[in-house]
Design a protein around this ligand. Structure first.
Ligand SMILES: NC(=O)c1ccc[n+]([C@@H]2O[C@H](COP(=O)([O-])OP(=O)(O)OC[C@H]3O[C@@H](n4cnc5c(N)ncnc54)[C@H](OP(=O)(O)O)[C@@H]3O)[C@@H](O)[C@H]2O)c1
Length: 237
């Protein structure tokens, strides 16, 4: 499918996987809105996106605050003139043992990763309903399919995203909204490198561009086709 001329919002689009997806979609002619907390990153990324010849705007908000998310998404939707695609990507990775991680940190991971996805999707839904179609990509993780040591908060948040996303898919497919649940394995980024999950070696480990090409290709499938759940791994890390 040609996706040129569509409008996409990418949460956490100022850096990492979100930025790579924003650039890959812009290369297809998609107009882009990115969100995050760091305005400098957002400004730089918006300039990079505009150089690809599409409209690009940004909004600064914390995804764990429902009122901020609603206001931010609504203003971006109005600036773009509608929303066709939401990449629900913003998230944090805090790793540590159950006894050592503070309860505040544990709660914050759930708030950001789970409530952030819920608030953004809920705020975008009226735009898609009005248009009669849309695509929502919810970024979970292989950690959401199986927990492991030192990742209890992250794994629980991402498992909840899988479940939320499946419910969203079941409810909204009747409005021609494709809800896609992605469970990528480790990809080189600030989160995975600073979290000690990988050295990010580009000869071995998935890079943000690989993730972005995957998302782009899923979105380009004919609208009758819905990739409901999918994973991606490094071949031989
Ligand atoms: N990298 C991996 O190995 C991997 C694997 C599986 C799944 N994932 C998932 O992929 C997504 C992107 O990860 P990444 O690797 O690109 O991480 P990253 O490099 O750490 O980037 C995280 C992004 O999320 C935004 N963000 C974080 N907390 C936020 C908040 N409270 N409010 C608003 N924005 C917030 C950040 O924006 P600001 O800096 O502007 O706040 C940033 O753009 C996450 O959901 C992550 O869990 C990553």
């Amino acid at each position: 499918m040609n996706i040129s001329g569509k409008n996409a919002i990418v949460t956490g689009g100022g850096r990492g996987l979100g930025k790579a997806v924003a650039l890959a979609l812009a290369n297809e002619g998609v107009h882009i809105a990115i969100t995050g907390r760091n305005e400098e990153n957002l400004k730089h990324t918006v300039e990079e996106i505009k150089n690809l010849g599409v409209n690009a705007v940004y909004a600064v908000f914390n995804v764990d605050d429902e009122a901020e998310v609603k206001k931010g998404i609504e203003s971006l939707g109005e600036e773009l003139g509608g929303v066709d695609i939401l990449i629900n990507n913003a998230g944090i990775g805090d790793f540590g043992s159950i006894e050592e991680m503070s309860s505040e940190t544990w709660e914050q991971v759930i708030k950001t990763n789970l409530f952030g996805v819920y608030y953004a999707a809920k705020a975008v839904y009226p735009f898609m309903k009005a248009k009669g179609e849309g695509d929502i990509v919810n970024v979970s993780s292989t950690a959401g399919l199986k927990g492991g040591p030192n990742m209890s908060a992250y794994a629980a948040s991402k498992a909840a995203v899988v479940s939320l996303s499946q419910s969203m898919m079941a409810e909204w497919r009747k409005q021609n909204i494709r809800v896609i649940t992605l469970t990528p394995s480790t990809i080189a980024s600030d989160m995975s490198i600073q979290g000690g999950l990988t050295d990010g070696n580009p000869d071995k480990v998935l890079q943000p561009e690989d993730f972005a090409e995957w998302v782009r290709d899923i979105l380009k499938m004919n609208r009758r086709a819905l990739i409901a759940n999918a994973s991606i791994f490094s071949t031989n890390p």
